[in-house]
Write a protein that binds this ligand. Structure first.
Ligand SMILES: C[S@@+](CC[C@H](N)C(=O)[O-])C[C@H]1O[C@@H](n2cnc3c(N)ncnc32)[C@H](O)[C@@H]1O
Length: 278
């Protein structure tokens, strides 16, 4: 488990950043200055919904994208699951030179609510639960610390009843794209539910199917949902970026999948998938 309290990285000397838990603070989203793309993604990556973080950054799917490019035809219907800010979806779209039939950028958590009280920001999910408190110095995962819940219970309860500001968690490039290209659609989608739009020919799931976030049974259930809507001979890529990029690229053939390629040893759940979807 990652540490439930982190320091604003600014107050941790460089040589201690690997030892003391620290992060780029989400309060910089409201500094009034436009953040660089890298810093925007660092700020968003801090948020945690349930067991999953929004962690994302540019350039992390290069090897998988290269492989997909060599297999992809012009009119694919692409479903990107758990895309976070969509930066990696945008990169695949650019790599495809904008040639596809439809691109669904999806995530379960697309919106955050917040209030500022004094020097503290309180962040809430769509179910009105406080998930994080941040100020100039600290980033605290509120619901993971009982003393914090006790300490701030009245403030949080008061905040949760107030009208809140909200912001969307997709990056600017994706925001522009969905306004200007009707083939690109942003959807809230929970991988544990049935996908009920057009059946995709390519599915990409990056940094979601792993055994820290989900149990083996959950991975099988979620993968099964995607498998059931993927077109015959369609491709599903499962990617992990915990140290280096590792991925498993499968093709749907009949009632099972065939492993097309395994990059850097494959994703953590490769053998689970191969065992259950043979
Ligand atoms: C670690 S991020 C990965 C982001 C991006 N795919 C990447 O590789 O950079 C995991 C994302 O999955 C989303 N997520 C969590 N549970 C989900 C679910 N049940 N269905 C769909 N997305 C989910 C989270 O909101 C988060 O944005």
């Amino acid at each position: 488990m990652k540490f439930p309290i982190k320091l604003n990285y600014k107050y941790v000397p460089n040589f201690l950043r690997k030892i003391i838990p620290n992060h780029f603070s989400p309060i910089y989203l409201f500094s009034g200055q436009e953040l660089s793309t890298a810093n925007y993604h660092k700020a968003i990556s801090c948020f945690k919904f349930g067991k999953t973080y929004k962690t994302t950054e540019s350039g992390r799917h290069k090897l998988t994208n290269d492989l997909l490019l060599s297999r992809i035809s012009k009119d694919e219907i692409i479903l990107d699951v758990g895309a976070s800010t969509g930066v990696t979806s945008y990169e695949l779209i650019k790599a495809l030179n904008f040639t596809f039939s439809k691109y669904f950028i999806t995530d379960l958590n697309l919106k955050l609510f917040y209030n500022k009280l004094g020097n503290k920001y309180f962040f809430f999910n769509e179910s009105n639960q406080c998930i994080l408190i941040a100020d100039e110095y600290f980033i605290v995962y509120y619901n993971e610390l009982s003393w914090c819940k006790f300490l701030f219970r009245d403030t949080v309860s008061y905040q949760s009843k107030k009208e809140m500001n909200h912001f969307n968690l997709v990056c600017k490039d994706v925001d522009d794209l969905i306004r200007n290209d009707s083939r690109v659609v942003l959807y809230q989608y929970d991988v544990f539910k049935q996908w009920d739009h057009i059946n995709p020919t390519i599915i990409k799931v990056a940094n979601l199917f792993n055994l820290v976030y989900f149990s083996e049974i959950e991975v099988i259930k979620a993968f099964g949902n995607l498998f059931s809507v993927l077109k015959e001979l369609g491709i599903i890529a499962v990617i992990d970026n915990r140290d280096i990029e590792k991925s498993s690229i499968f093709i749907k053939e009949g009632n099972g999948v065939v492993l097309l390629e395994s990059i850097n040893g494959g994703s953590e759940v490769q053998s689970i998938i191969m065992q259950h979807f043979k």
